[in-house]
Design a protein around this ligand. Structure first.
Ligand code: ATP
Ligand code: MG
Length: 397
């Protein structure tokens, strides 16, 4: 049996001239995420509908709740535009509300087809009465309902209960690709998710310092990248062996500037990689003042090697908020696994807090790291995570 999801797009409806382009991308993303299910999408002004076989309903709920560009979705009953059919659908939706423990309810009707004989208010009243007649234990409460029975009378009639949230934002592919500097920490996966919500397809890069960092640390980053793909869609992870670069920094740089030098080297490598993969921006998980290396002065220096804008979506977000987002997007439990990231091992005891831009960019240039960085990029290992791998992780393939 086929079921129906009513999809509420969000920000793309605010677009004017190029709205169709965003709509096309959102539909394309839903199609991609539902590949192989035979699901089809119908588009009407302000609403999309996904029709899919009931056996793929769980998969559809996963795809829709993770698909940027979408404000929310509801499993809906579609029926002919007759009062009788609408009332019986309303009773069915109320039955679900009861099953999830609801007692107080209200009916809300939106009628864009003005030829329907009842007005919105009269439709809601009729549905409310029908529901009460069928389920006398219920009570109408328009201010604090436990559940709402929504009726939309448009090209057809749709009746539904709760709307589950989507990620909001813009559909994947409506912005340029972002290269995410992904460490094993809590912040960078959240930063990737935030930019994915702005429509950026992602590519990830991780710098590791084997044997100073463990294979497990790398596996953790692999799991994080795979988890982020649930939101961004398929992505690639580049693992760059950075031990030689780090050892060279340790040998040649002033001890207190080691972190700035390493960050600059990562940025130089990311810049080269971004050109190669066609990224339009570099993304990091930095947050102003979170640690000594994340001051404005430090960031000016460490972003100097990049020709791309550096996006730091967490710049004004505090740690608690980041942690709650990490929990929500499913990366937190992976991030807190106890493996060192490469920066910790080489961290100076007293890092520079207000370094001089001129001095430190000159110091960085004098290290002459470019050949080592190019060699590290040549030795990169590449992992590809397809959306179907994500579905497999969630037992939905
Ligand atoms: P995170 O929780 O994301 O690791 P953090 O608060 O620990 O961030 P830092 O360790 O100072 O902060 O790193 C700042 C940012 O630099 C990270 O958010 C990430 O984008 C990038 N970064 C740090 N280490 C690496 C690494 N080994 N590989 C790739 N990117 C890294
Ligand atoms: Mg870190």
């Amino acid at each position: 049996m086929e079921c129906l999801f009513l999809i509420k797009p969000g920000e793309i409806l605010l677009k004017k001239e190029n709205q169709q382009e965003f709509v096309r991308r959102l539909i394309q993303q839903i199609h991609k995420r539902m590949a192989g299910t035979g699901g089809r999408i119908e588009e009407y002004p302000g609403r999309f509908f996904l029709f899919v076989d009931e056996k793929h309903a769980e998969r559809a709920e996963f795809a829709l709740s993770h698909c940027p560009g979408l404000n929310g979705y509801s499993k809906a009953i579609m029926c002919p535009k007759t009062v009788e059919a609408i009332l019986s659908a309303a009773e069915a939706v109320a039955a679900k509300g009861i099953a999830s423990g609801g007692i107080k309810f209200k009916v809300e009707t939106r009628r864009s087809d003005k030829s329907f004989p009842l007005g919105s208010y009269a439709t809601s009243a009729a549905a409310g009465e029908a529901i009460l007649a069928r389920y006398p234990e219920l009570r109408v409460d328009v201010h604090h309902p436990d559940f709402i029975v929504n009726i939309e009378i448009r090209e057809r009639a749709y009746v539904y209960g709760a709307t589950d949230p989507g990620p909001r934002g813009l559909p994947t592919g409506s912005s340029g690709k972002g290269l995410l500097l992904l460490s094993g920490g809590i912040d960078s996966p959240v930063a990737g998710y935030m930019m994915a919500k702005r429509g950026a397809p992602l590519e990830c890069v991780y710098f590791h310092a084997y044997p100073y960092t463990s294979v497990e640390a790398q596996r953790k980053v692999e799991s994080l990248a795979r988890r982020i793909a649930a939101w961004s869609g398929s992505l690639r992870l580049w693992v760059i062996p950075f031990t030689d670069v780090q050892v060279q920094i340790k040998k040649l740089a002033e001890e207190d500037a080691a972190t700035i030098m390493l960050r600059s080297a990562m940025m130089e490598a990311a810049d080269i990689l971004a050109f190669k993969v066609g990224a339009k921006a570099i993304i990091t998980g930095e947050s102003l003042g979170q640690v000594a290396s994340q001051t404005a002065e430090n960031m000016a220096i460490t972003e100097a090697p990049s020709h791309f804008p550096v996006f730091r979506p967490l710049i004004g977000v505090d740690k608690e908020e980041t942690v709650s987002m990490a929990k929500k997007i499913g990366t937190f439990d992976i991030s807190i696994l106890p493996y060192e990231d490469c920066c910790v091992l080489f961290s100076p005891k007293h890092p520079l807090l207000k370094p001089s831009y001129a001095e430190q960019t000159a110091a960085y240039a004098s290290l002459g790291l470019t050949p080592l960085i190019e060699a590290s990029l040549a030795a990169a290992e590449r992992f590809v995570y397809k959306y179907k791998d994500v579905l497999e992780d969630f037992g939905l393939s």
